[in-house]
Design a protein. Sequence first.
Length: 226
Amino acid sequence: MTTPSRPPAVSAVSLDIWGTLLGSDPAFKPARNAMLRDALAPDVATDVFDAAMRQADRDVDDRVVVDGVDVGFAGRVEQTLLRLGMTAAAVAERAPELMARQETLALAHPPRPLVPGLPAAVSALPVPVVLTSNTGMLPGELMRKLLALAGFGGLPGVFSNEVGVAKPRPEIFAEACSTLGVPASQVLHVGDNPIADVHGAEAAGMSAALVRPDGESTLDALRGIA
Ligand SMILES: [Mg+2]
């Protein structure tokens, strides 16, 4: 994995969230999927619904790195129902209620730092930091609460559902640089996805470091920023 050849001047850092800083609580997705299944597809077996949700999520993520079109909670639930051969017509109307229930479950099972030392390592960075994330099922508004619970509170966040496009599109990286108030050429983006994070950031004029999604790799990358 790359440790980045350090650019001449790193004046600020942009950090991916999932697989770079945070991982899910293993209890969250099963609880969230059970809630959605009970609400929308009670006749579908739990394992069948879980598999459809997982596959829909993956299919959407595979498309996002190609076209950068952000697909959020409702879109991913719709894709799950379509995979199950069901109609997705009810999802849009019920999305606010289902999102609220998802939020309750996420706050009860918040994500965790991939390794315990990560929040302190991010706080200790001597340069400004922004979090730049494709939000998927969990929108920025909820992510801010979850980040605070995981020890990353108070950091500015640039979230795909709020920007309207996802990494690897340059607009989201431009928004991150603008939040930092630093030219792209002086910003290092750290993330675990070679396309969304590395190609995306480099195409936006930033430098990039690819990390393994194990937390330790992120710690190594952060140690290199002095
Ligand atoms: Mg990631």
